[in-house]
Design a protein around this ligand. Structure first.
Ligand code: HDD
Length: 674
């Protein structure tokens, strides 16, 4: 991991707005010093409160307005600051200033999110994750507002409110929170064939990421890159995580909802604090204008991806998230991203989903944050910005000009417009023709080939997880006809899968013809990702009278491998080793949980109590059932024996050399246990 400075032009810009209250006098918002903040002003010490109590009113009226509307989707999210740098100039492809030169460091702010749940929802629900990046470039803000899945449910944004109404808790009883396992969601899917490919993605482990730091990001839409010569090419944007793409498993994710509903924000915040920064490479897939119609899918259809084996992803730069926010509300909650925020050198295409988003986001930010949302520190660009827009609620900027109109003579016609040749934004002059219609293009009508491509690309383990996910999700659906319609849809993708799911749900096997597509795309399987130990957590079960030599060695070797040891014992405080060495306990058996560690090492100790042994065994079994690596020293071995997992895959006994355990930790899961 790079250890780079955490300050950048954006964080510098935010500094004047950061206030520290520690050690300061208490005042009203008008600056009057407060002598008593515990008693309202009353007529007599048992009498009514007086209307003149401006101190109480100042405090209460502000409190009454502390909440702003939560985002209609992606309400729960977490953000961090960072920087982006391109590896080499992309001037052949685009004029975008921040992509011209590897010496240009562009500040970024990223907000990751869950789509379905409310602001307080559990973070490990099965859900698509948002991945929204604001690049504060020298030529204005460019926002890449994507997800961790490369395609979307629908093709035209006019259907977005319907999708979300179906996805959100059902209106008559507001159940379930942040979950897709209910009738209205699956009714929508079963009634809208265009969602078939996305349905396969969301039933896969992609919707259970291990960490925001370990998921891919996709701009989803096809955009344009435009260079100095005015040549335009089609582009899809990707984020590739440095740590590879990794997921939880369903049982783990469900239980984590109880063990740590803040699992993802804790992971991101904690790792940035610990110097394990989140890193992603920016990737581009580029298609020449002349090749627009060369593919068996329409490149304007957001329910289709461009297989990486056909259109390779060129890695062009790196983003490092290296600084947590100072205040979640002021920064993460008020950040207002917008796929319509583009800069010179990047442009839109006619993708109908993108076109509608260009309206929706400005509209929602004005409602959610206010007319002047762009002036809030987290949203304002780092480059100068001037125009003739004025006033509106909560205007911060004090424009001292007399002239606020264009064109004018009194101010020499300033602020002045900038021609394209000097850096002004000029829309790419693409040709538009045709009748005004409300129709789906015939080239948007193949809904099953890419759903099948995804299924073909999965390993057996991944297929099993998809099968179980369907059984769970549709099993929660009460309407038999909704279940049946979704199983019918699955039938177009894979007969084998449809037969299995139909049997599990007690519905009819569909009589439809499955897609004949034989192709697969290895890039879609998470089995082909990269594996590292960096920042993974090792729970170490340690009892009184532990072997100091063994544990000392273990800790050194784990730390050298960038694993994060967590000492778990019977109670908090310290635990004592054989030579009087003391270790501070991080988690007791009550505050910790096997769900919170990526792998587990059992060091035990001569003084292990019956309670220790019982608890340790339950931790071992849970880890084992979740396919996670386990290790034990000789003194911990008996616990492994007692639960019967010695010599099983991913289980090692090590006394001095812990490399085999570390190698297993890198591998992360041992699927051959089941
Ligand atoms: Fe959206 C938020 C991603 C389609 C309308 N969307 C939102 C966020 C992300 C996405 C990551 C959270 C941003 C943040 O962290 O503040 N949305 C997507 C992707 C889509 C997509 C990848 C498909 C490719 N969205 C989409 C459509 C519409 C919207 C088709 C409406 C026409 N999305 C919104 C919104 C939200 C939003 C209502 C809610 C809060 C906000 O914008 O700021 O405007």
């Amino acid at each position: 991991m790079d250890r780079i400075k955490k300050e950048n032009k954006k964080t510098e810009q935010l500094k004047p707005f950061v206030r520290e209250n520690k050690g300061k006098k208490m005042t009203t918002n008008e600056g009057v010093m407060i002598s008593n903040d515990e008693n309202s002003l009353t007529a007599g010490d048992r009498g009514p409160t007086l209307l003149e109590d401006f101190i109480m009113k100042d405090k209460m009226a502000h409190f009454d307005r502390e909440r702003i509307p939560e985002r209609v989707v992606h309400a729960r999210g977490y953000g961090a600051h960072g920087v982006f740098r391109v590896y080499e100039s992309l001037e052949d492809l685009t004029m975008a200033h921040f992509l011209q030169d590897p010496n240009i460091e562009t500040p970024v702010f990223v907000r990751f999110s869950e789509v379905a749940g409310s602001k307080g929802a559990n973070e490990t629900n099965r859900d698509v994750r948002g991945f929204a990046t604001k690049f504060y470039t020298e030529e204005g803000n460019f926002d890449l507002v994507g997800n961790n899945i490369p395609i979307f449910f629908i093709q035209d944004g006019i259907k977005f409110p319907d999708l979300i109404h179906a996805l959100k808790p059902e209106p008559h009883n507001e159940i379930p929170q942040g979950q897709t396992a209910h009738d209205t969601f699956w009714d929508f899917i079963g009634s809208n064939e265009e969602s078939a490919a996305m349905m396969m993605w969301i039933m896969s482990d992609r919707t259970l990421p291990r960490s925001f730091r370990m998921m891919e990001g996709f701009g989803v839409h096809t955009f344009r890159l435009v260079n100095k010569e005015g040549t335009s090419r089609f582009v899809k944007f990707h984020w590739k995580p440095a740590l590879g793409v990794h997921s939880l498993i369903w049982d783990e994710a469900q239980k984590l909802g109880g063990a740590d509903p803040d699992y993802h924000r804790r992971d991101l915040w904690g790792n940035i604090e610990d110097g394990f920064f989140a890193e992603f490479e920016l990737g581009l897939q580029v298609i020449e204008e002349k090749d627009e119609f060369m593919f068996d899918f329409d490149i304007l259809d957001a329910t289709k991806l461009w297989p990486e084996e056909i259109v390779p992803v060129r890695k062009v730069g790196k983003m490092t998230l290296n600084r947590n926010v100072d205040n979640v509300f002021a920064e993460t909650e008020q950040v207002a991203v917008h796929p319509g925020n583009i800069v010179r050198g990047i442009d839109f295409t006619n993708d109908p989903l993108l076109q509608s988003r260009i309206f929706s986001y400005t509209d929602t930010q004005i409602y959610r944050v206010g007319t002047n949302f762009q002036q809030i520190p987290i949203n304002s660009p780092v480059c100068p910005f001037h125009n003739n827009q004025r006033d509106g609620a909560a205007r911060y900027i004090i424009d001292k000009d007399r002239v606020a109109y264009h064109k004018n003579n009194l101010a020499d016609n300033t602020p002045y417009t900038v021609p394209g040749t000097k850096g002004g934004f000029v829309t790419y002059p693409s040709t538009v023709e045709g009748l005004k219609v409300r129709e789906t293009a015939p080239s948007f009508k193949d809904h099953f080939s890419q759903a099948r491509l995804f299924w073909n690309s999965m390993t057996n383990v991944e297929r099993n997880h998809i099968f179980s996910a369907f059984c769970f999700e549709l099993g929660k659906v009460k309407s038999v006809s909704v279940r049946q319609r979704v199983v019918n849809l699955i039938g177009y993708i894979s007969t084998d899968l449809a037969v299995l799911v139909a049997k599990d749900l007690g519905v009819e096997v569909p009589k439809v013809e499955e897609s004949q597509i034989k192709a697969s795309s290895p890039a879609l399987s998470m089995a082909n990702t990269k594996f590292y130990t960096d920042s993974l957590k090792t729970g170490i079960l340690i009892a009184e009278q532990f072997d100091s030599h063994v544990v000392g060695n273990l800790l050194d070797q784990l730390t050298a491998a960038k694993l994060k040891p967590v000492i778990v014992s019977e109670r908090l405080g310290v635990v004592n080793g054989t030579d009087g060495k003391e270790l501070t306990v991080d988690d007791s058996f009550l505050t910790g949980s096997p769900l919170l560690y990526d792998n587990l090492f059992v060091a035990s100790g001569r003084g292990a109590s019956e309670y220790f042994n019982q608890k340790a065994k339950s931790f071992i079994i849970e880890q084992y059932n979740h396919f996670k690596p386990l290790g034990a020293s000789r003194s911990g071995m008996y616990l492994m024996q007692e639960v019967g997992i010695i010599n099983k895959p991913g289980v090692t006994i090590n006394q001095d050399q812990f490399q085999p355990f570390i190698n297993n930790a890198r591998k992360q899961r041992f699927w051959d246990r089941s």
